[in-house]
Design a protein around this ligand. Structure first.
Ligand SMILES: Cc1cc2nc3c(=O)[nH]c(=O)nc-3n(C[C@H](O)[C@H](O)[C@H](O)COP(=O)(O)OP(=O)(O)OC[C@H]3O[C@@H](n4cnc5c(N)ncnc54)[C@H](O)[C@@H]3O)c2cc1C
Length: 416
């Protein structure tokens, strides 16, 4: 494979997840010769690997979003793929949500477009520099191995995985039992056999959270025969989607854009997305499962080790609803709290150019540009203050591309 070292690349996308790949596929289909001017860099060896692993680790069987939200520009692409392969039974009612396997297979069928064009490079960006006076390629990207290349335009499609949220009250307990108290992103349902710690096999896994990750994990573990207690601060909220679909339409987005106070925009997003919800199908499965106890409106007061459970001790949890004994693991399905400050490779750039943040998010301009840096763009959660509550979802990638294309297509034409 050609390396990037010392090259000048007109357009670089940092992040080969759903957003980076969606933008690249849209660009490549719109302007086939873009391949000569484009690089997608990611710390993983293959595109979409991180997302695929996340869904596998949770045991997610169906997507939450409808079939029209995926990685290629043809909205009915997955439906047509399902029809061609006699797999329409994997489009679930009521909104044709695709099975995870169907979604992956569809993505795998599209990824050869990226492979054939040789635009994907395993490359973890350790530092991003911008020197306005450095000519046509003012960005310098430096890898963990100190390999560097230059770029004219950079799109940050970095997701939110580097920003896991652990509620502060768990910090001391987590330090005491780091192998037993984990964030959901560090846990895989496929490993439960290894995790059983009590010889009587009556151990429970406690999941903390009221969102879809908590619900999916509880369902997957229960189906694997594991007793689960689901603890949520509020009543479980049932919603098919994690944001109302009006947020994909021009009216809601125009109203959002008319709010000039970015702090208020942030508050709107918080209100719209709420603290998490679970799809009706999963809530029903949780309620019917014989080995899941649901503790809504419950807080954890204390966690202690159970002395008699050897060799590895289980935990006992004191909650506002009583004690839970014999706990082998506590999984914090407490989500992510995006802040650009957690992305070490941007630290120097942010300090040097004083990029203003509102609650951790940059105030991108209408073209998704991180002012004051010209030709540095964002897609995904990073673009929430411009694209609203859908920005970080799969559908957010097409919203982002609509804004970006006006800016990035001329970069290709200039490079030609
Ligand atoms: C289990 C699960 C189920 C979901 N289901 C849905 C759903 O049904 N519908 C929906 O709309 N959304 C869903 N989501 C949300 C979904 O994750 C996002 O829509 C999507 O993954 C966001 O894509 P992204 O490209 O922004 O981030 P990611 O997919 O996380 O990709 C970001 C990429 O950036 C790379 N990266 C970051 N920093 C660097 C660096 N310094 N150098 C190199 N590479 C870097 C990472 O390696 C990663 O590959 C789900 C999420 C999860 C976890």
């Amino acid at each position: 494979m050609k390396t990037l070292a010392h090259r000048n690349i007109p357009i670089t996308i940092i992040g080969g997840g759903i957003h980076g790949v969606s933008i690249a596929l849209r660009l490549l289909r719109e302007v086939p010769r873009a391949a000569e001017h484009l690089a997608i860099v990611d710390r993983h060896p293959r595109p979409l690997l991180a997302w695929r692993r996340k869904t596998e680790r949770q045991g997610m069987t169906f997507l939450r979003s409808p079939a029209v939200h995926h990685i290629t520009p043809d909205a009915l692409g997955i439906v047509a793929y399902a029809e061609r392969h006699n797999r329409t039974s994997e489009l679930a009612p009521p909104y044709s949500q695709p099975s995870t396997q169907l979604f992956w297979d569809f993505c795998n069928a599209a990824l050869p477009e990226i492979a054939a064009r040789r635009v994907y490079y395993p490359f973890e960006v350790a530092k991003l520099r911008w020197d306005k006076g450095a000519g046509r390629f003012p960005f310098r990207l430096i890898s963990m191995d100190n390999e560097g290349f230059r770029s004219r335009c950079v799109i940050l499609a970095i997701g939110a995985d580097d920003c896991i949220y652990m509620p502060p009250e768990f910090a001391a307990w987590q330090r005491q039992w780091p192998d037993k108290i984990l964030h959901a992103s560090q846990f895989s349902v496929t490993c439960i056999d290894k995790f059983e710690t009590c010889p009587d096999k009556k151990s429970k896994i406690v999941i903390v959270g009221g969102g879809l990750t908590a619900g999916t994990l509880a369902q997957s573990l229960s189906e694997r025969g594991q007793a689960v207690v689901l603890i949520a601060r509020k009543q479980l909220k049932e919603e098919q989607f994690d944001f109302p679909p009006v947020w994909l339409g021009p009216k809601a987005l125009a109203e959002f854009a008319s709010e000039l106070d970015f702090q208020r925009r942030y508050e709107t997003i918080q209100q719209v997305r709420g603290e998490g919800s679970i799809t009706p199908g999963i809530v029903e499965a949780l309620r019917n499962a014989p080995n899941i106890d649901i503790y809504p409106e419950t807080c954890i007061r204390n966690i202690v080790a159970m002395g008699e459970c050897k060799p590895a001790q289980g935990l006992q949890i004191e909650t506002t609803r009583g004690l839970i004994a014999n706990v082998s693991r506590i999984i914090l399905a407490t989500g992510y709290q995006f802040t650009l400050r957690h992305y070490g490779f941007l630290k120097e750039l942010m300090a040097q150019h004083q990029i203003p943040l509102v609650c951790g998010l940059p105030q991108l301009d209408n073209d998704l540009q991180l002012q004051p840096i010209e030709n540095l763009f964002g897609s995904g959660t990073i673009a929430q203050l411009q694209l609203g509550p859908a920005a970080g979802n799969i559908a957010g990638a097409s919203l982002a591309y609509e804004r970006l294309r006006e800016k990035i297509l001329p970069q290709i034409l200039r490079a030609a």
